[in-house]
Design a protein around this ligand. Structure first.
Ligand code: HEM
Ligand code: FPP
Length: 317
């Protein structure tokens, strides 16, 4: 009997922990960290201090988790009405909003202290401004009121690139802003492709996502435009900024071509949900592999190998 009670208590403790974990929308965080890491590697010319990397990624995780938790509190009414989000911890009644808010404040506080003490004040300030932007500008002002909600709000999701750059250099440069721009411009194709599939859910709760208000045809045209600009922006790292080498050129060209091809197919079949789903999933692979490309490209070993290959080719000529 005592044993059963203990194991039940243990089970419910784990359930509570899992609910808090779910509040942070954890599946999105790894990609945010990958963009942070890509930025850090370019900023450090391939030689990132492992301790700084760890601190920045942990600080970034806590900041994003805090932002997502506050978003879950704010959106609890519409989350309850949408099938996709009904089981989240607050609408399903597993966590009280007050407890979630305390959790979010603790996460934000630990994140700022970590970043301010072990990285620098700029990185900490940027992380906090990411939380404020996501909660205030996206969640409060835009999400329920503008078809451009995720275009402007997308800036929050691009801030981790700035956090990474600032953590390494203590400043922001043109390259940092370009990395920010790549994630910023990538967000509309990423999200609108998904929104094409779940627009009925958003329509039901009156969230004016572009496909709900403007229809599929206009949305896919916008997806097409933003995809082209994103791929173009990814090439600016090669020229004029000259921050990356041949490995990045190959990876960015391949990934960009597939991204454009998928967006082009969707452009011609605006109501094809399979194509929309394919583009949404691909957008995630695109960003992940592009940032991985930045990391690999900036390794000193990669530089050595490419310069050996270049000198061999030179000899052959
Ligand atoms: C305003 C900007 C953005 C909006 C509105 C948005 C929205 C969404 C939504 C609604 C989902 C589906 C999640 C679910 O079913 O619970 C999703 C998935 C995802 N998003 Fe975004 N997103 C945005 C920006 C970003 C950014 C900046 C990143 C990372 C760089 C990102 C990474 C992901 C990933 C990795 C998934 C897949 C998660 C899974 O495995 O289900 N998103 N996004
Ligand atoms: C540096 C820092 C802290 C940056 C914050 C970055 C951040 C939390 C980005 C999240 C972007 C995102 C997944 C939005 C989901 O939109 P939604 O809330 O409308 O999705 P939903 O419909 O699933 O609720």
């Amino acid at each position: 009997m005592i044993e059963t009670n203990v194991s039940r208590q243990h089970e419910s403790f784990l359930e509570v922990i899992y609910s808090y974990y779910q509040l942070t929308k954890p599946r999105i965080i790894p990609l945010l960290l990958i963009t942070t890491a890509g930025s850090m590697w370019i900023a450090a010319n391939g030689e990132v201090n492992p301790w700084l990397l760890l601190v920045t990624l942990v600080g970034g995780t806590l900041a994003a988790a805090s932002a997502q938790t506050i978003n879950c509190i704010y959106d609890r009414d519409i989350d309850y009405d949408m099938e996709r989000t009904r089981d989240r911890p607050i609408p399903s009644g597993r966590i009280q909003s007050r407890d979630a808010l305390i959790f979010a404040i603790i996460l934000a506080a630990i994140s700022s202290i970590l970043l301010a003490v072990f990285a620098n004040l700029l990185a900490a300030t940027l992380a906090i401004s990411g939380i404020v932007f996501y909660v205030l500008i996206y969640t409060h002002f835009l999400k329920r009121h503008s078809t451009q909600n995720i275009v402007i709000g997308g800036a929050a999701g691009a801030i981790p690139t700035l956090v990474g750059w600032a953590a390494v250099t203590g400043t922001l440069s043109w390259t940092a802003w370009l990395l920010f721009a790549i994630v910023f411009l990538w967000t509309p194709p990423h999200f609108w492709a998904l929104a094409l599939m779940i627009k009925d859910d958003y329509a039901k709760v009156g969230v004016p996502m572009l496909p709900v208000v403007a229809g599929s045809a206009l949305t896919v045209r916008q997806i097409w435009n933003y995809t082209l600009i994103t791929v173009f922006a990814s090439f600016l790292l090669i020229y004029p900024l000259q921050e990356v080498g041949v490995v990045y050129v190959v990876i960015a060209t391949y990934l960009g071509s597939v991204f454009i091809y998928r967006a082009w197919k969707l452009l011609h079949h605006p109501d094809d949900k399979t194509l929309a789903r394919g583009l949404f999933l691909y957008s995630i692979s695109y960003m992940m592999l592009l940032c991985l490309g930045m990391v690999i490209d900036s390794f000193p070993l990669t530089h050595r190998i490419t310069s050996i290959v270049e000198s061999q080719l030179h000899l052959l000529n």
